[in-house]
Design a protein. Structure first.
Length: 109
């Protein structure tokens, strides 16, 4: 129904609609509750730690496998866990590196 109202508003911007004040207040409460729930979910999702592969780190940072290896050796980017011998890195660590961009690599790319 919300999309129908938006489409109606776009099609007839000068349309006058009569609404009871109680209905308007209830619609606002419902909208606020929905937005609050979405924001709480986004905050919870952003706090949840994710783990990414070396290839994803290379894609995000634009650095080579050698640089990632060097960062790991220098304990600049430490793998959080290994799954079947595959290194995983904390996304929060990659973000920290990207925000600080204190390159310890000498990589051009």
């Amino acid at each position: 129904m919300n999309k129908d109202l938006i489409e109606l508003a776009k099609a007839c911007p000068d349309l006058i609609v009569q609404v009871r004040l109680g209905d308007l207040l209830e619609a606002n409460r419902q909208l606020i509750a929905e937005v609050k729930q979405e924001l709480e979910q986004q905050i919870a999702d952003s706090k949840a730690e994710t783990y990414i592969t070396r290839e994803k780190v290379m894609e995000i940072t634009g650095k080579s496998a050698v640089t990632i290896w060097r960062w790991q050796k220098d304990k600049y980017l430490v793998p959080a866990s290994t799954v079947g011998g595959t290194y995983r890195y904390r996304m929060s660590d990659v973000r920290r590196i990207m925000e600080g961009d204190s390159s310890q690599d000498g990589d051009a790319a």
